[in-house]
Design a protein around this ligand. Structure first.
Ligand SMILES: N[C@@H](CCC(=O)N[C@@H](CS)C(=O)NCC(=O)O)C(=O)O
Length: 223
């Protein structure tokens, strides 16, 4: 059985979504981010603190002290996007790359998402989640992040004008990886409205039952 270490309120969502779609046998081992404990006034190093990203036992799995981590028959893997590509290849089927070319395209999009989109999209997500979006500081952060996202979102818009999905003309793990990165910017509806094909593709991905179930569980997890 695959063990996913993480929380619903973390990048583990992309692995939970993929593992569910792939029909893999998996379970979640809760590991909370140390900074979230600190925000609640709990010392992550306290012996009675919940299992967290700075717990020595967890640091043996992830020297970076970051979730998610996947463990499968002795293989310990970090980096959520790599975990998804591994799980897809393990499970096979339509969500997985069917050949070397598709695998290369899936890697291309995963790397593009991680390097060109994720950080500015996260700035937007944090600004909204922390209730800063309507403040002067928040607006400035969102404007700077939007400016950075314009080029990669245009690239995705162009790709989606000619293709129904990220890779292979069908829903794959490449869509899950990119959709979970783009989701961080989704609260900024003025930005998303400039990219109708990207927005339509994201809506389609998010209409899947596995995603909806995931979001319900995420909402039920204490913030
Ligand atoms: N590139 C990594 C990023 C992992 C990461 O930064 N995870 C955050 C939560 S989403 C974390 O564990 N932070 C722990 C901390 O800062 O204490 C991935 O995609 O897996």
């Amino acid at each position: 059985m695959i063990t996913l270490y993480g929380m619903y309120r973390s990048r583990a969502t992309r692995n939970i979504w993929a593992a569910t779609e792939l029909g893999l046998d998996w379970h979640l081992k809760p590991v909370i981010q140390a900074y979230r404990l600190e925000a609640q006034g709990i010392d992550p190093a306290h012996p009675e603190a919940p299992f967290n990203t700075r717990t020595p036992e967890f640091l043996k799995l992830s020297p970076a002290g970051a979730i998610p981590v996947m463990e499968d028959a002795g293989l310990v893997l970090s980096e959520s996007l790599a975990i998804n590509l591994y799980m897809a290849k393990k499970a096979g089927g339509p969500l997985a790359p069917k050949d070397l070319r598709e695998e290369a395209q899936m890697l291309q999009w995963a790397l593009y998402g991680a390097t060109a989109i994720e950080n500015p999209a996260l700035d937007i997500s944090f600004a909204y989640a922390r209730g800063e979006a309507a403040t002067e500081n928040g607006e400035a952060k969102i404007a700077a992040a939007s400016a950075q996202l314009h080029r990669p979102f245009k690239a995705l818009e162009t790709h989606l004008a000619a293709h129904s999905h990220m890779v292979g003309g069908r829903f794959t793990v490449a869509d899950i990886n990119m959709a979970e990165i783009v989701r961080y910017a989704q609260a900024h509806t003025r930005l998303m409205a400039q990219f109708p094909r990207l927005s339509g593709w994201l809506d389609l991905c998010q209409s899947r039952p596995a995603f909806r179930d995931l979001m319900e569980r995420r909402a039920a997890e204490p913030a």
